[in-house]
Design a protein around this ligand. Sequence first.
Ligand SMILES: Nc1ncnc2c1ncn2[C@@H]1O[C@H](COP(=O)(O)OP(=O)(O)OP(=O)(O)O)[C@@H](O)[C@H]1O
Length: 421
Amino acid sequence: MPIPWVEKYRPKSFSEIVNQEEAKQILASWICTRFKAPQEFCARWAKRRDKEIKEARAVLLWGPPGIGKTTLVHALAKEIGYELVELNASDVRTGERIRQVVGRGLREASLFGYAGKIVLFDEVDGLHVKEDLGGLEAILNLIETAKVPIVLTANNPFDPKLRPLRDISLVVGLKRLSEDEVVEVLKRICASEGAKCEEEALRSLAKSSYGDLRAAINDLQLYLAGRKVLTVDDIKRAGERNPQLSMFEILDRVYKARWFDEARAVSFNPSFDWEQYFVWALETIPIVYKDLEVMSEAFDRLSKADMFIGIVKRTQEWELLSYAMELALGGVSQVKNKPRLPPFIRYGFPQRLLLLAKSKEARRRREMVVEYLARNLHVSKGLVNAEIFYVLSALAKKDDHVVERLARALGISPIDIKNLL
Ligand SMILES: Nc1ncnc2c1ncn2[C@@H]1O[C@H](COP(=O)(O)OP(=O)(O)OP(=O)(O)O)[C@@H](O)[C@H]1O
């Protein structure tokens, strides 16, 4: 198992951390005024004299994922020679666990030559108010009483449940990294791995990571697994296997398909949303098939597909959905006396707002799954869409376990997950 590059290339000092200059200065100024820290470090970084920095009992670093919140605290501990005691949401399910880990950690004299201890509570927004009330209270209590620096991180510090933590801490926002900054880091990694990476390819990874450097580095490692070259074509190909199609492209593929299977294959695309497709098909059939006979045949198939969907919804027999898809895609595409279609068809936008609202819900759910996977696998949503969704769909077909676990994690019914995948 290769070492994850996000760990291999995790910055060890403040100066290796890209951007985040303000956060570095605030953190250093806080440590240098309230705790013991090497003079050299303080002279270089502790430039702020604000009252609230001096008075803060704890620091809450916040910002989107993968921009250096945790790394900043790791690097700080190294810079000042402190031992880092790290806890995450699952460690603090009960106050007891905090008292065990931190209480002992703080009392123990430092056996390993550290100058002190710094406590990091990662991802405090992962705490649940109900189940983790004890955890939240224990963190608050620790901040009020402990004599050691305590840093918290969160993606969303404005979550109401974090109010008490926010009130007692100095809240410091970190910046999303720019595309150029992400590209620079990726370039350095390519060089140090001895890999030849096209700039455009790295730019494309940076773009799809939306400033989440962790996701970009993870994507790069996956793309470079077992090879030393990365071209923009490699990335395009991965995208092409499952490109994100707009509804216009989906309709174009269906109407212009030469064979039944070609039209049917559209449903395997991750961006295919059958509820939305029905709305669009209903309104575009008369635009594409002007001849009455042809039009009525296409409508006939769409309506039969709709009947199947009705049965599926009533009986929850989701296996029947594939018959509906055959009729709605292959059936609508392969009609008798199909006319020659022009290269460009103006499909127009359907007016069925009510139905569209429904498909919005389906897209929201799909987005939830994508976000969940991206967050937990620490990769970009782009990679989830291009690669992982595809693999999971294949797995889900074979193994109900995959579906059940995802369903549990997301609080969506297994049937919905199956359908989404
Ligand atoms: N500003 C940065 N400079 C250099 N490397 C970074 C930076 N931000 C992130 N990284 C890289 O991404 C990895 C993950 O970053 P980190 O764990 O600090 O993210 P985070 O902001 O704490 O995200 P999360 O909210 O998901 O915990 C690091 O190991 C490092 O390799």
